[in-house]
Design a protein around this ligand. Structure first.
Ligand code: AMP
Length: 428
């Protein structure tokens, strides 16, 4: 290699998903797909880049995400695009753009894909990370909230994750939240000087976020702050009460968490997070969501209630590893190995491979290897039940050798009969 060659690495906060990790990803994708189908969610894929205005309008200009965490760029044509920091905005844009409100409501949609946030990378925090998300559009009934929380809980428990808790709160709506917000500001007003620098900013721009500050300095003030649930309007109060009753009915344990406010401005009423066992991981939420009844209207659609949540894939995969959860390996495990010796046999084997593959029995092979010993060793390692051996002589005679790997017994079989013979033996 020339001395000046540059060794490239993934950009900060970006990461590869290596072959040995794919089995965890595949398992998670499968559980998400299965539960989505069982609960009647249809898949939607929106692009990873959107008009920048979509996010500033919906996430709130003062939210941490829009303020400092977006990857925004100008196209050559002069448009400002943003790599999506979350999935809901794109899905709701698609809902309006394609007139999906004409479909039977509530419309249940799910997605799975990469998100981008310009964050300081740390454990469980990346700049490109994957989320799966579920959205229920067009229904305000609290049963929707409870069932969606259950779906999320089920995803993690289906994966075998232990030690989960559901954290839940209600942060009110545009009727009751302004009153609560000024109450909170009144409470913090003569304490502002003692808060951390982030909280001093939050006090001005997004006072609800004062409640989820993790800084040591702010904890005492936080613990005595007024709670959202004590200042809900009747509608929000009744809604929250029903959500909890439905969760009780489902026997889903939850923790009423007055400090759960969520980072995004668009939430109304119910907010929730699913937490892993804190002893095992430093990251807080595996998944999170809530109701966002004003979102579609803010985007210029007709007023439509909605509820949704998203789960982080990397955090979940990391936890599956920490908890040593067993997952089947991704890909197919071949039952047959195709061994070839000599040029003519190699050519014939290529064709035979295709025949077996079309019949749904793709064999393992090592076409680039020459010696029978090397090929048998690989077959042994993979643990195939049968090896098929094709040498020059067999090609000339129109035969192939079938070797039962456990016993080492070999038989010569006419080539045209081999597929059926293998099928018969695999059935046994
Ligand atoms: P949010 O969209 O902020 O509500 O986050 C929902 C879930 O996505 C979180 O609970 C995490 O599991 C995951 N998540 C959010 N931000 C990141 C990140 N920077 N890196 C990895 N996972 C993330």
């Amino acid at each position: 290699m020339p001395k000046t060659a540059q060794i490239f690495q993934t950009p900060k906060g970006f990461h590869d998903i290596l072959p040995q990790d794919q089995k965890y990803w595949e398992r998670l994708r499968k559980v998400v797909r299965t539960l989505a189908a069982e609960y009647g969610f249809k898949r939607i894929d929106s692009p990873i880049a959107e008009d920048s205005g979509l996010f500033s309008k919906t996430l709130g200009l003062s939210s941490d995400i829009v303020e400092k965490q977006t990857f925004t760029f100008k196209t050559k044509g002069g448009d400002s695009l943003t790599l999506r920091p979350e999935g809901t905005a794109g899905v709701m844009r698609a809902y309006i753009e394609h007139g999906l409100s004409v479909m039977p409501q509530p419309l249940k949609l799910f997605y799975f894909g990469p998100m981008f946030r310009y964050e300081q990378p740390q454990s469980g925090r990346y700049r490109q990370f994957y989320q799966f998300g579920f959205e229920v559009i067009g229904e305000s009934d609290p049963v929707i909230d409870a069932q969606l929380i259950k779906v999320f809980y089920n995803i993690y428990s289906e994966l075998g994750i232990k030690g989960l808790t559901v954290q839940i709160n209600s942060i009110g709506c545009k009727v009751c939240r302004p009153g609560y917000r000024s109450l909170l500001k009144d409470y913090y007003r003569n304490r502002v000087k003692k808060l951390c620098s982030d909280c001093r900013r939050r006090f001005k721009e997004n006072p609800l976020r004062l409640l989820d500050c993790k800084d040591e300095k702010c904890q005492l003030f936080k613990s005595q702050a007024p709670h959202t649930v004590d200042h809900l309007c009747k509608e929000c109060h009744d809604h929250f009460k029903s959500v909890l009753e439905f969760l009780d009915e489902l026997e889903l344990p939850y923790n009423l968490n007055p400090f759960l406010v969520r980072g995004l401005d668009y939430y109304t009423k119910t907010v929730f997070e699913i937490w892993p066992d804190s002893a095992q991981t430093q990251v807080a939420a595996l998944g999170a969501g809530g109701r966002f009844d004003d979102f579609i209207e803010v985007l210029g659609g007709k007023s439509t209630p909605a509820m949704g949540a998203a789960g982080g894939v990397e955090r979940t995969v990391n936890l599956m590893k920490v908890q040593e959860i067993k997952v089947p390996s991704a890909g197919i495990r071949p039952k047959i190995f195709l061994i070839q010796l000599g040029d003519r046999a190699k050519k014939k084997s290529l064709v035979l491979f295709e025949e077996f593959r079309k019949a749904g029995l793709a064999p393992a092979e090592a076409f680039s290897k020459q010696s029978i010993k090397a090929q048998l060793r690989i077959a042994d390692k993979i643990g195939t039940q049968i090896s098929l051996i094709l040498g020059q002589k067999e090609v000339m005679d129109g035969n192939i050798i079938l070797r039962e790997m456990s016993s080492g017994v070999q038989e010569i079989i006419p080539l045209e009969k081999i597929l059926n013979e293998v099928k018969k033996r695999l059935k046994k």
